[in-house]
Design a protein around this ligand. Structure first.
Ligand code: LLP
Length: 430
């Protein structure tokens, strides 16, 4: 199994010691199920790596775009983890969950004036400024509020992170942040020092997502230090914080490579300390923003099989009661997933199927050519590692209600997000 919280007993799949088949019966399908212990373990693993390798001089900020709801912010808060939000809506949810705004980092390449005003009014810990328009707006908003706002700059370090084009963000051709190699980033830093209501604390980079290697991260550290050094030597200004973003890869398939979460900070800290010493620069406070690596492995999605359509010599479609609305990742990125039949979990996967959703859309697939047990109508299918960027990217296309999210922990289950009803679907219709 992909993660060791998934077990098979009596031909049945269990997650966190709860039968997936019983969950499907109790709550209905489609159903997102997440193992709370694994979410917490993943947060702790990143946190521990700072304690072990960087004298605790860092903060893990859970990137809540991966999976955002009240309960996940409560958990992050309990675990002593900060959070990265990317919209007023995520910020609102975090605050409603009782999150300390000081531990919130606010991102976005085009934050609205209202969002910036909101963030300033609640004293968000860091605003990661993406562009000069935002810098100017933010200074004005802070001035009006009579506050000084702590910021980081989003920098494009010019690194190609070897991942899907749609989730690459560190290269010069990106809508995010200031380019380093053109001098744009340095000019922005210079400008920020002229503003009275802006306090530049740090530099941020996020090179991409689902990266299966530590090298792009250590490379990013080296590149970011060239800017830190230039800022010190030419502007006599010390950068206190280096935010390395998220992007740590996970196993989607059994044979995928996997780098243990503690490796990233272990390797980065060596490079940071070495460069800081060599160049006589301050050892910065480091922040990271893992999203997928915390949430994805903890989640599975359960579906019930409906029609099975075998087109001889061509393809076998297994249709389920979910769709690209609850998991748009195949449609967007041709993502690959492991699936298994939760009520035939010990049986061999002797079939190759295409898992089809129920939207009126040919591209509505969860995966193509997936190994699976032979299934019939009524069987329960579990798609693994769906805890990140599934619920958070879910849609209501075809007016399909969103599934519920259930957390399991130590043999018990509870509803964390209710299933949408038809009433919810027309809630805002006039
Ligand atoms: N920090 C920043 C500034 C980001 O833009 C992101 C992700 C993260 C942190 C978290 O990255 P993670 O650790 O989750 O890889 N929807 C896509 C992923 C988009 C990622 C966007 N930014 C997917 O389903 O693969």
């Amino acid at each position: 199994m992909l993660t060791n919280n998934l077990t098979v007993n009596n031909n049945t799949l269990y997650i966190g010691n709860v039968s997936a088949v019983e969950l499907a019966k109790e709550y209905g399908t489609p159903l997102y199920v997440m193992d709370e212990n694994l979410i917490r373990e993943n947060m702790r693993a990143f946190k521990k790596s700072f304690d072990e390798y960087y004298d605790g001089n860092g903060l893990v900020c859970y990137a809540s775009k991966a999976f955002s709801c009240l309960e996940i912010y409560r958990i992050a808060k309990e675990e002593g983890v900060g959070t990265d939000v990317v919209s007023g809506g995520e910020l609102y949810t975090a605050l409603k969950a009782g999150f300390d705004p000081k531990n919130v980092v606010f991102h976005g390449n085009n934050k609205t004036i209202e969002e910036l005003e909101y963030a300033v009014s609640v004293n968000v810990g860091r605003i990661v400024v993406d562009n000069l328009t935002e810098l100017e707006n933010l200074n004005g908003i802070a001035q009006k509020a009579n506050k000084i706002v702590d910021i980081q700059f989003r920098i494009k370090p010019g690194i190609d992170a070897h991942t899907h084009d749609f989730v690459k963000t560190g290269q010069i051709d990106s809508k995010f942040g200031f380019a380093l190699e053109t001098g744009e980033a340095f000019e922005a830093v210079k400008k920020s020092l002229e503003y009275n209501n802006i306090n530049l604390k740090g530099l941020h980079c996020h090179i991409g997502s689902q990266i299966m290697d530590t090298e792009p991260f250590t490379h990013a550290v080296e590149v970011m230090f060239t800017l830190i050094e230039k800022i010190k030597s030419e502007l006599n200004y010390e950068i206190d914080e280096l935010n390395l973003g998220g992007g740590f890869g996970i196993k989607y398939l059994e044979n995928d490579d996997f780098i243990p979460y503690n490796e990233y900070i272990r390797e980065c800290s060596v490079v940071v300390k070495k460069i800081a010493k060599e160049k006589n620069l301050k050892v910065p406070f480091i922040m990271i923003e893992p999203g997928r690596s915390i949430a994805a492995p903890a989640g599975i999605t359960l579906y019930t099989v409906g029609a099975v359509k075998n087109i001889p010599d061509i393809r076998k479609y297994v249709s389920i009661d979910g769709s690209m609305c609850d998991n748009p990742r195949y449609a967007l990125y041709q993502s690959t997933y492991e699936a298994l039949c939760a009520n035939k979990a010990a049986e061999e996967k002797n079939d190759i199927i295409t898992l089809a959703g129920r939207c009126c859309e040919s591209g509505d697939l969860i995966g193509k050519d997936m190994p699976l047990q032979t299934v019939d109508a009524g069987d329960i299918i579990a798609v693994l590692a769906t805890g990140a960027y599934n619920y958070s990217m879910s849609l209501n296309y075809n007016r399909l209600p969103r599934p519920a999210v259930i957390f399991v922990k130590d043999g018990k289950s509870r509803v964390v997000i209710k299933r949408e009803t038809y009433e919810d679907i027309i809630r805002n219709d006039v």
